[in-house]
Ligand binder design. Structure first.
Ligand code: S3P
Length: 432
């Protein structure tokens, strides 16, 4: 599917973007640990999160989709699924389920689409193996399809070299099924929805965030099932950020409604502010997660160097790159090697496509450099990556753009097209 953006306009608009993807995945997966009926409002119905829900069903959960509320009731004991568990494009689905299934009796096979099957799983498989899990797959357990023979797990003390919420969440779930308390440390606090939600459900976790923002979690094994989730998922700051950048580069105003204001998720907005945009955060409530509106007003943008708190803005870097492409002067992103193993190699995809738009850009091993300029219309390859597709669609507001493999947008943000209509003239062509 090709997205042909013809033009954009200056705007002042409200956007109710889709529900948060990270939190929705966790609602589906953590419901399996609860006794009783979990009630989830505003669950994200995108391909990735629907896959997480399908897997919960295959493991025995009863799911009733009442439109407004999804009810999930876990079985007494998770069952061995009678087929492979399909995670689609979603790293979060496969990695968090690895941690859960490693401690459940039975044999499970997790797989995904051609992109997911190229992404590294060793970061979860290795620590799980150390505590007695049986995980295998291509490249000695690094690539899906992955086979897991679930069983008893030992407690652990594990210091991760990478700050990854998917790895942390997988290990926390494994620790809940272990024999004694476990300890997990990451070099920098990654998004903390898992800790917030599991604690809210009654799990015993001690979380310590140190002055250098490294994070330590002590996890106590479950002695009984958790309380069910009764929760309304806030809207996704990563999805909303495309409209923040749209406002920033067109001198417009975007009012982004009911967004999680969790600090581990909104650092990209702080960066956009430093580049020159006016941004206001209006806190409205705080249950599990702070939630509110974000108002972004476009202004003249200047280049910036981004090299810290990277895990707090990693998913927004492709969209930020579009602001950098039109800002005055040079921008640099560093310490962001993880971008190379996301849904695509995002360093390569951003630089290659910006160059096609006539913008001076250069790959670094762990980031990129961009010299702001005047972009021109071209055909860009999204590499099957939703965030690359939406980022270049936003740049197209200024100059027009054709984006190939735009169907990837449905993995995270099915409502994107409807909202984009408010600010752009575009056409969807059902061929590449
Ligand atoms: C996610 C964690 C992040 C992020 C991904 C979603 C999650 O990856 O990039 O899109 O929901 O846990 P890491 O595991 O590298 O932190």
């Amino acid at each position: 599917m090709r997205l042909a953006v013809k033009s954009g306009k200056r705007f002042k608009e409200e956007f109710i973007v889709d529900a948060d993807k990270s939190i929705s995945h966790r609602c589906a997966i953590f419901s399996l640990l609860a006794d009783g009926v979990n009630e989830i409002k505003n669950y994200l119905r995108a391909e990735d999160t629907l896959n997480s829900l399908e897997i919960a069903k295959s493991l025995g959960a009863e799911v009733e989709d009442g439109g407004d509320i999804i009810k999930i009731k876990a079985p007494k004991k998770l069952k061995e699924a009678d087929d492979v568990l399909y995670c689609g494009n979603s790293g979060t689905t496969i990695r968090i389920y690895m941690g859960l299934l490693a401690g459940i009796d039975g044999f499970f096979v997790l797989t995904g689409d051609e992109y997911l099957r190229r992404r590294p799983m060793k970061r979860v498989a290795e620590p799980l193996r150390k505590i007695g899990a049986k995980v295998d797959g291509r490249e000695n357990g690094n690539l899906a399809p992955l086979g897991i023979r679930g069983g008893e797990l030992k407690s652990f003390e594990y210091e991760s070299k990478i700050a990854s919420a998917q790895v942390k969440s997988a290990l926390i779930l494994a620790a809940l099924n272990a024999d004694k308390p476990s300890f997990y440390k990451e070099p920098f606090l990654s998004r903390d929805h898992t800790e917030r939600m599991l604690k809210g459900m009654g799990a015993k976790l001690d979380v310590k965030v140190n002055a250098d923002l490294s994070c330590e979690v002590t996890i106590y094994p479950l002695i009984k099932k958790l309380s069910p989730l009764k929760f309304e998922v806030p809207n996704d700051p990563s999805s909303a950020f495309f409209f923040a950048v749209a406002a920033a580069i067109t001198g417009s105003t975007a009012i982004l409604k009911n967004i999680t204001l969790n600090p581990t998720r909104i650092e990209a907005y702080k960066t956009l502010e430093k580049m020159g945009a006016d941004i206001e955060y209006i806190l409205k409530e705080d249950k599990y997660e702070p939630v509110g509106d974000i108002v972004v007003k476009g202004n003249k943008l200047k280049g910036i160097e981004v090299n810290e708190k990277i895990p707090w803005l990693i998913d927004e870097i492709p969209a930020l790159a579009m602001a950098m492409a039109v800002a005055e002067g040079k921008s640099v992103v560093k310490n962001a090697k993880e971008l190379r193993v996301k849904e695509s190699d995002r360093i390569k995809a951003v630089v290659e496509n910006l160059k096609k738009c006539g913008i001076e850009a250069r790959e670094l091993e762990d980031g990129f450099e961009i010299i702001g300029g005047t972009p021109k219309k071209t055909v860009v390859d999204s590499h099957g990556d939703h965030r690359i597709a939406m980022s270049f669609a936003v740049l197209g507001l200024l100059c027009g753009m054709e984006i190939q493999k735009a169907e990837s947008i449905y993995t995270s943000f099915p409502n994107f097209f409807q909202l984009f209509e408010k600010i752009a003239d575009f056409e969807v062509i059902n061929a590449d």
